[in-house]
Design a protein around this ligand. Structure first.
Ligand code: AAO
Length: 495
């Protein structure tokens, strides 16, 4: 076995990454502590109803220590019936009225209040780059729209008309102009360079800030010039936590570095590197996650193992998701590794990528609740794997590792150890220790845990019947079953 000490992901380390190309914008710090705790964890309750999220905050998220929920877009969108209930109806805004498939404004406000009381912030998915697909129809709150006209909110001059191709759709991601001035997927592209358009968008966001939301995900940020995003955010009173969805595959002219001076940015290296390292049996590569100049600096990075797009292959795929055996281990790594602000995915099961959440087609595709008398709860292993709420955030491995992250605080990574490429272990200084065995056979080893002498519970085990004994030198005999992990944390000792 090789012992590697002095890992470079030391707390407070200054990364040089990203300085090149960073624009001179009014820098809003990407301060995740705005979510209310020093090492916040977020969960995306994808397509959940507001009443369910409120109950979830009280019953699970608050007690587990999850700080924030990313919610699906709360504003009026196209009627789901027009697209056979597809989830992506939510990404086609018709107005900024707070009425959506997840509930009305009253339910939204009640959710914000109840979650806040439970210590959980609401992070709104803000679809502000565009409105619904060019054409005509009706929104879920009854607002009519036609070509480049959305109620009395926007009309033709409020949109970009890029004058490319016959339909002005984006085709070439190598063209900055096209990506930012043509229509993403045929969705009417708002002219975010215009002052009055910025003002309308900012009014919508401000309404939500005033209702008490804790932050925003800026959808399709790459499709708006960074200065437009900055100008909109600059108009807001309050200090929401903001992260911008920018898919930067590394070979396009628009990069994540342009946006990191504004607020946090999605780090798409993360899901792809975690998946490829694990799938190639090169778990030892995880040691370098977040290191080097290809990665956003830690406090600018929003990290995830999968998101609602790439888990269904909409955006490239090539990630791990809830159906994969290695997924809980990938999540354990993510929550133990001190890089970025982690977001958990809480999915609904699906067979087809367009399929919407559990819902009733005969009732306007009304979403089936999780909680309450009509609630269907979360999927059991014996249930139909193609329909239902998966609730990854309730898995015992996940809740245990949220506790681990909190206990580890800002302790740096120390004592990286590995045996071959599939067996890895590291400490969070003297606060926590994680060993992952990505091989099939049991891994029995004497490992340096960094922890004070004592008998510790494996927080990933169902009980503490077989504690791990750490000697005065920090070393322990650790047995990790194949495709399993052992996690110890300083405040979880055996009685
Ligand atoms: C729906 C229909 C469409 C129809 C449209 C209008 O599906 O057929 O044309 O309505 O009627 C979601 C759904 C869409 C849906 C849309 C509106 O995903 O299917 O369209 O709602 O209902 C780009 C953007 C990125 C965006 C992503 C989907 O840059 O911002 O496309 N994500 C967000 C949301 C998403 C949502 C929208 C935006 C729209 O998260 O849920 O759409 O509000 C490359 C580029 C990326 C580009 C992808 C996909 O990515 O770099 O910028 O994302 O291509 O076009 C590897 C590479 C990766 C590459 C990827 C795919 O992974 O590493 O860079 O392969 O080639």
């Amino acid at each position: 076995m090789r012992g590697i000490h002095g890992h470079s992901l030391v707390a407070g380390a200054v990364f040089l990454a990203g300085l090149a190309g960073a624009p001179a914008l009014a820098a809003e710090p990407a301060d995740a502590t705005r979510l209310g705790s020093p090492q916040p964890v977020m969960v995306h309750l994808f397509e959940w109803r507001w009443d369910d999220i409120a109950a979830e905050c009280e019953d699970y998220l608050g007690p587990t220590g999850i700080d924030a929920v990313q919610v699906s877009p709360p504003n009026e969108h196209i009627v789901p019936g027009g697209v056979e209930g597809a989830w992506w109806a939510r990404y086609q805004p018709v107005s900024y009225e707070v009425t959506s498939r997840s509930g009305d404004r009253e339910a939204f406000e009640a959710m914000v209040r109840r979650c806040d009381a439970a210590g959980v912030g609401i992070v709104v998915d803000a679809v502000i780059n565009h409105m619904a697909a060019i054409g005509e129809g009706e929104g879920i709150a009854g607002t009519s729209y036609s070509e480049f006209r959305y109620g009395d909110l926007y009309s033709r001059d409020d949109f970009n008309h890029c004058d490319r191709y016959d339909d002005d759709h984006i085709r070439d991601y190598q063209s900055r102009y096209e990506v930012q001035y043509c229509h993403l997927l045929g969705l009417a592209d708002l002219a975010t360079g215009e002052t009055h358009v910025r003002a309308r968008i900012a009014d919508y966001l401000q309404t939500l800030v005033d209702l008490g939301v804790a932050g925003f995900r800026i959808d399709a940020a790459k499709h708006m010039p960074a200065e437009d995003v900055a100008a909109i955010i600059d108009r807001l009173d309050g200090e929401p936590y903001i992260f911008q969805e920018v898919i930067d595959p590394g070979d396009e002219p628009i990069t994540k570095w342009e946006y990191q001076g504004i607020a946090a940015v999605t780090e798409f290296n993360y899901p792809h590197e975690v998946a490829t390292a694990i799938e190639e049996g090169a778990w030892d590569r995880l040691k370098h996650v977040g290191e080097g100049d290809a990665w956003l600096k830690s406090d600018s990075a929003l990290v995830f193992v999968d998101n609602h797009d790439n888990q269904r292959g909409h955006v490239g795929g090539g990630v791990l998701m809830h159906r994969d055996a290695a997924y809980p281990l990938a999540l354990a790594f993510k929550l133990a590794w001190p890089y970025g602000t982690p977001k958990l995915m809480s999915s609904f099961a699906f067979e087809d990528g367009d399929q919407g959440p559990p819902s009733d087609p005969d009732a306007g595709w009304a979403t089936t609740p999780v909680h309450g008398d009509d609630g269907i709860g979360c999927l059991d292993p014996d249930d139909d794997p193609n329909e239902g709420w998966v609730c990854e955030h309730r898995w015992s491995e996940v809740t245990a590792m949220v506790g681990f992250r909190k206990a580890a605080g800002d302790a740096p990574v120390t004592h990286w150890q590995q045996d071959g490429a599939t067996r890895i272990a590291f400490s969070r200084d003297d606060a926590g220790f994680l060993a992952i065995n990505g091989g099939d056979d049991e891994w029995d080893a004497r490992l340096q845990t960094g922890l004070p002498e004592g008998a510790y519970c494996n927080v990933l085990a169902a009980d503490c019947d077989t504690p791990v004994h750490v000697g005065g030198d920090g070393v322990a005999e650790v047995a990790v079953r194949g495709m399993d992990a052992v996690a110890l944390q300083v405040n979880r000792t055996a009685e």
